[in-house]
Design a protein around this ligand. Structure first.
Ligand code: HAM
Length: 418
């Protein structure tokens, strides 16, 4: 009896060929600027102790209160699939004592994250982020550098139709002063129970309420940016000055609320114009109390996470990415057993020199194999048969022009490089 097919779980992003090569290109382009700025890879588990996210990300956030994939493992421990990367990085930095060494600690990461959101275009339950964190330096210049690295990633992809939105959420003192007035303002509003509960934990969340009536109600709410202490204001002004000097354009958005509670000071988001509702292609900011919150010393930090899935959608929407990014240098068609052996040897030697080489296995007739070569998009093709092996010479055919040249098998590398 035929077995039923099994589908992927709802709302996950996955990439099969040929689109996977575009995904790979986007992921690698986005994060390349980080290693050029001295950030080193940190590779972390995708599941952590649930407590890490409750304490790190904050219980008033949707991410923690509604969207975590939490389960009990076989030892009865509460485990959560990571919904974001920063808390795990802080956990690892403390655990490995990196914060006791050279500061700032500068790391990058790349991988899957999990949030049980309602799936829609650009919003998945498993999605892919690349990110960086710089821990232990409170210099506004590093804020600007972090933002510049994200911007360089998007530019490397060829994206143009995006903007950087930025604000400052201030230090503890700024926030305390603002909170008093904001709570006073909120007490004049009529809120449903759930909203009131969220406001009680973090009143800033109400700026993030997408309902029209709430947007209207919050129109005249006091803005945090007007409550910055001199120190916070000076820090933010310097970040802005550096961005100006770097020629990075931005829009000030004093109503920005990030979906995670740890942010302080400089906070930013990259928004793409062609993506509709899920337009955030990246975001980040400072999180100056987070390390202490997680049981470490009191060190500041700043970083970003970029959404690779959404950046790919953005690149496709702008038409800056081709679908045929993967192209082999050479496609070898062996005819017969002896030729197969020779093809394997030639391919290994060329691959060792960095060439991408495919072999048409499976004893197809020449015509069918040629079709395969054509479909593969390979730049060159050779046929290896008895006569080629005995003469040690092949016809190297350039697929695009159809032009063939006789080449010694031993000189294939040089010929491919011409
Ligand atoms: P975030 O803004 O929650 O920040 O996520 C960063 C990016 O991940 C978003 O801008 C978006 O592109 C992508 N993203 C988030 N959720 C989804 C989803 N459900 N489907 C597809 N893409 C999604 C953070 O996660 C912080 N850890 C960033 C950070 C690092 N802040 C400081 N350091």
């Amino acid at each position: 009896m035929a077995q039923q097919k099994i589908s992927a779980p709802k709302g996950v992003s996955e990439y099969a060929p040929p689109r996977s090569s575009a995904f790979e290109f986007v992921r690698d382009s986005l994060i390349a600027p980080a290693s050029r700025a001295g950030y080193q890879l940190i590779e972390l588990p995708v599941f952590e102790d649930t407590e890490l996210f409750k304490r790190g990300v904050g219980e008033s956030t949707d991410v923690v209160s509604k969207e975590m994939y939490t389960f009990e493992d076989r030892g009865g421990r509460s485990i959560t699939l990571r919904p974001e990367g920063t808390a795990g990085v802080m956990r690892a930095v403390i655990e490995h004592g990196l914060d006791r060494g050279q500061l700032p600690v500068k790391v990058w990461y790349s991988g899957q994250f999990f949030r049980a959101e309602r799936p829609q275009a650009g919003r998945y339950r498993q999605f892919y982020q690349v990110g960086i964190e710089a821990i232990g330096l409170d210099d506004p210049a590093i804020d600007a550098e972090v933002i510049a690295i994200a911007d360089a990633g998007f530019k490397a992809l060829g994206l143009k139709k995006y903007r950087l939105e930025i604000t400052s959420l201030g230090d503890l003192q700024s926030r305390a002063a603002h909170r008093v007035d904001l709570l006073k303002f909120i007490s004049t509003l009529e809120l449903d129970e759930a909203t009131a509960a969220r406001a009680a934990i973090n009143p800033l969340r109400l700026f993030d309420d997408k309902r029209d009536e709430m947007k209207k109600a919050m129109q005249n709410a006091p803005l945090l940016i007007d409550y910055l202490t001199d120190e916070s204001r000076e820090h933010f002004n310097r970040v802005i000055k550096y961005l100006d000097a770097l020629g990075i354009s931005y829009v000030l958005n004093p109503r920005m609320v990030r979906g995670l509670d740890y942010y302080t000071g400089t906070t930013f988001e990259f928004v793409h114009e062609l993506l509709g509702a899920q337009s955030g292609i990246g975001g980040g900011g400072r999180y100056d109390g987070l390390m202490e919150q997680l049981g470490g010393q009191s060190l500041s930090g700043i970083g970003f996470g970029l959404g690779v899935d959404r950046a790919l959608l953005a690149a496709e929407a702008e038409g800056v990415i081709g679908s045929d990014a993967f192209v082999s240098d050479l496609f070898i068609i062996p005819l017969g057993d002896e030729a197969k052996l020779q093809a394997l040897t030639v391919a290994s030697a060329l691959r060792a020199q960095g060439k991408t080489v495919e072999i048409a296995f499976g004893d197809r007739a020449l015509k069918g194999a040629m079709k395969g070569a054509d479909k593969s998009g390979a730049t060159y093709v050779i046929v290896l048969g008895e006569s080629e092996i005995s003469t040690g010479t092949v016809e190297l055919k350039e697929m695009k022009s159809g032009v063939s040249t006789s080449v010694k098998i031993d000189s294939l590398l040089e010929a491919l490089e011409k």
